[in-house]
Design a protein around this ligand. Structure first.
Ligand code: PLP
Length: 404
């Protein structure tokens, strides 16, 4: 197909960037398809197969003829199961009507920003942030207000920062706990302080809990909604099965929140994607109501890989790596290597160029921190085999060691 003359895409896209994590993963996949042996730490997804009992439930449902349109917000048995699970986790009474099931948690967040934001409304986003939050806020016509956090504070945003950033236009704060990309997990004291300022400033908390079941060592997931009724009223909970049950491709995420907001999101979904895939809803129901030992098995494997990756990264000269306590990412500071010269003679001016060179020459794919609002850092997923961790971080060390 040739280009239409004078084709112009909508100006609302002018500021929107493509997802950098998807771009890195796609580049690694392209090189691999061309026969290049690349080890990729780019993907934000478990390398495990979806557990058998979940696949079996989907197969059995298919055989029974499942595969039609459903209610826009998801089938009632699934919404009941989600409401029961989230009520227990957040110590709240959540009704099935307060649940909207969408095509992945990303879709939940997109619906949420579209339903919530008027032009010029501000949303507080602690950095480093998951790549899509600022772009989704901008697509909805809002203004992302970025709150920088420090590595030495374990990348936790403080109540003081939140209070100082609030303006008359501030609507909400995004809290991603555990965090993608840093793996940081908020302590109870930090959550309590944030809950207090949220109530004082009358903000909405968009609590992205997609990694809440992946916490390690003595870290504990503390739900901000569980702190008390005043903050609970102001919480919108985004969750899903993608990361916990190795179900990224099934595309099921969900939102629990105040009924008027859920209804508004449902209106958007009803005019765009309709219901999430019926068969995936059956699989998600099996995931939530079936045996949970698979979650522990995967968590234990991630924990072992996490320790190995951090140990290997810390052994690279001039690389600083804090201990990630949740999710499945390490987020080392590699700024000592930015501005250095490659053996081929070019200068790597920033982390994006560094990552480009690492994949092309070092044959190891990592995601530049710039995409997460943290230049000088890179993100590595340890949701891959131990062998890939050993070989891939070895490649990283060798490549970085060749810079001068
Ligand atoms: C922080 C965070 N939120 C939401 C999502 C979206 O998850 P899903 O695959 O369910 O759309 C991701 C996926 O990478 C994520 O890392």
């Amino acid at each position: 197909m040739t280009n239409a003359p004078n084709l112009k895409t909508a100006s609302r896209l002018d500021e929107i960037k493509p997802s950098i994590t998807l771009a890195v993963t796609a580049k690694a996949a392209r090189l691999r398809a061309a026969g290049v042996d690349v080890i990729s730490f780019g993907a934000g997804e478990p390398d495990f197969d979806t557990p058998d009992h979940i696949k079996d439930a989907a197969r059995a449902a298919l055989d029974k003829g499942v595969g039609k349109y459903t209610e826009v917000g998801g089938i009632l048995p699934l919404r009941k199961a989600i409401a029961a699970e989230l009520s227990a986790v957040h110590n709240l009474k959540i009704e099935p009507d307060q649940i909207l099931v969408s095509t992945g948690a990303k879709h939940s967040l997109y619906n949420l920003f579209m339903a919530l934001i008027d032009p010029g409304d501000e949303v507080l986003i602690p950095a480093p942030y998951w790549v899509s939050y600022p772009d989704m806020v901008m697509l909805a016509g809002g203004r992302p207000v970025i709150l920088e956090t420090k590595a030495e504070d374990d990348f936790a945003v403080t109540a003081k920062q939140v209070a100082e950033a609030c303006s008359a236009r501030t609507r909400a704060i995004v809290l991603n706990n555990p965090s993608n990309p840093t793996g940081a997990v908020y302590t109870r004291a930090q959550i309590e302080a944030l809950a207090k300022v949220v109530v004082e400033k009358d903000l909405l908390v968009i609590s992205d809990d997609i990694y809440r079941q992946l916490v390690y060592g003595d870290a504990e997931y503390v739900s901000i909604a569980s702190i008390g009724p005043e903050v609970a009223k102001r919480c919108v909970l985004v969750d899903g099965v993608s990361k916990t049950y190795a179900m990224t491709g099934w595309r099921i995420g969900y939102t629990a929140g105040p009924l008027p907001l859920i209804k508004a999101m449902s209106k958007i979904q009803g005019q765009s994607t309709s219901n999430p895939t019926h068969i995936s809803q059956i699989a998600a129901l099996a995931a939530l109501t079936g045996p949970q030992d698979c979650v522990g098995v995967m968590r234990k494997a991630f924990d072992e890989r996490r320790k190995k990756m951090v140990e290997l990264l810390r052994a690279i000269p001039a690389v600083q790596c804090r201990e990630p306590k949740g999710a499945f990412y390490a987020f080392p500071d590699v700024s000592a290597y930015v501005g250095k010269k490659t053996p081929e003679g070019s200068i790597l001016d920033d982390d994006v160029q560094l990552c480009d060179w690492l994949v092309e020459v070092g044959k190891v794919a990592v995601v530049p921190g710039s995409g997460f609002g943290a230049p000088g850092y890179v993100r590595l997923s340890y949701a891959c085999s131990m062998k890939n961790i050993e070989d891939g971080v070895g490649r990283l060390a060798k490549a970085l060691g060749s810079l001068h």
